[in-house]
Design a binder for this molecule. Structure first.
Ligand code: GLV
Ligand code: MN
Ligand code: MN
Length: 406
């Protein structure tokens, strides 16, 4: 598997060259370079005898038929979109490993069909909500969601059309009835496996996440002439609130909270900020802890805005519950890890994954690969070839155990 692991890594690095921003890896939902990613992966899958299509949400889907018709189907997938200035492996690695597993079958057909899915959107960058691709498979990419607009003024439906697809065809993207499970390979994106010196981890739970936009509206004014006591500085209010968010997370075990994006108006060095839109991302393995923390953070925004004579408003876009993986599928995955003589390490994922959405539809399991340095959502993100080889061996063990014909 060592050679095949090197090829997996080389393909991920090649796909990283398909980007909206030269010199960086940035590929948001249905952006033009996604066409190049699709073309590259499509030709590889077709060479393996797979039937390839793009569904109406822009998910790339390749089917490797079973040895008989009317067979059950296992979906293996992850996402092809990235955060801005990303690394080369978050999401993409899981899709490329799926294709490498089909290649490793060397034409052998299983008693189940394999569908490899490259989800079009998981990160939530372009429309401030994640999982657009996997929602289409779950049948929950509904009309109100299609009308949601991004900062370029286009709706999700517009973006689908601009990519050359037809939103009216979305019902056909739904997960086929014969699907018996979903398996996702993904880098850990954190330091746990490296700390233990383990190549792989078995995901048992994925932390829930809330995402919101908080707006502070004050009054723009002259930076040189407006006395300090007469200001309604939206950015000063936002800055104080951001420190409160961080303090809230620091004092709550298991809670992580991030303000990663600010839009400041008019955004000039000599003008007091008139308004600020801030993103909020809050995660915790237990939903009630997350809900309470979000309530406290939003209440703090209101109080602080009041005290400083600015208006504070918010809108929540996402309340994705913590999700358990399927115990039976997870046991099979653990057996596959044990059969390959790697340690079995159950873990909680702090990152969100397409598996969260698929888990509501079909039995779902997830395998993590160690992240060197624990680095992700950063260009330094990487993966070890030996760990990719381990994941491929485990993947083959898993396929042979649930659909093998040996
Ligand atoms: C996806 O990477 C996330 O934000 O968890
Ligand atoms: Mn990811
Ligand atoms: Mn990510």
């Amino acid at each position: 598997m060592e050679q095949s692991a090197q090829q997996v890594i080389a393909l991920c690095r090649k796909l990283a060259g398909f980007t909206e921003e030269p010199g960086h890896i940035t590929r948001t939902f249905l952006s033009p370079p996604m066409h190049q990613v699709h073309a590259e992966l499509r030709s590889r899958m077709e060479r393996l005898g797979m039937v390839v299509s793009i569904d109406a949400a822009g998910n790339l889907r390749g089917y490797y038929a079973a040895k008989s018709n009317a067979a059950p189907r296992l979906i293996i997938g992850s996402h092809l979109d990235t955060v801005p200035r990303a690394g080369a492996f978050d999401g993409v690695l899981g899709v490329v490993i799926g294709i490498a597993l089909v290649e490793a079958l060397q034409g052998r057909r299983l008693s189940l069909g394999l569908e490899i899915v490259g989800f079009s959107e998981e990160e939530g960058v372009r429309f401030a909500i994640p999982f657009i691709g996997s929602r289409a498979l779950a049948g929950t990419l509904d009309a109100p969601m299609l009308e949601r607009r991004g900062s370029d003024g286009l709706s999700i439906a517009d973006a689908i059309q601009a990519f050359g697809l037809d939103p009216a065809q979305l019902p056909a993207a739904k997960i086929p009835d014969e699907t018996i499970g979903y398996l996702e390979f993904h880098i850990e994106q954190g330091p746990v496996l490296e700390g233990l010196n383990y190549p792989l981890g078995i995901v048992e739970h994925i932390a829930g996440q809330s995402r919101a936009t908080v707006c502070f509206t004050g009054k723009a004014g002259h930076a040189g002439t407006t006395p300090m006591g007469l200001r309604h500085d939206a950015l000063a209010a936002a800055a104080l609130w951001i420190s409160l968010v961080e303090a809230e997370a620091n004092k709550t075990p298991g809670l992580v909270a991030t303000v990663g994006r600010l839009e400041v108006e008019p955004n000039a060095g000599n003008v007091i900020a008139g308004s600020v839109r801030a993103s909020l991302d809050v995660r915790h393995p237990q939903d009630h802890m997350r809900h309470q923390a979000v309530d406290r953070m939003l209440e703090a925004a209101k109080q602080l805005a009041n005290n400083r004579g600015v208006a504070g408003e918010w809108k929540q876009h996402l309340d994705q519950p913590a999700t358990a993986m399927n115990p039976a599928m997870t046991r099979k995955l653990s057996d596959a890890v044990m059969a390959a003589a790697y340690p079995v390490h159950p873990m909680v994922s702090g990152a969100g994954h397409d598996a969260m959405v698929l888990a509501a539809q079909v039995p779902t399991a997830m395998l993590f690969l160690r992240s060197p340095g624990g680095v992700s959502h950063h260009p330094d993100e990487t993966v070890l070839a030996t760990d990719v080889a381990a994941a491929l061996t485990v993947g083959m063990n898993f396929l042979n155990s649930i659909g093998g014909t040996r």
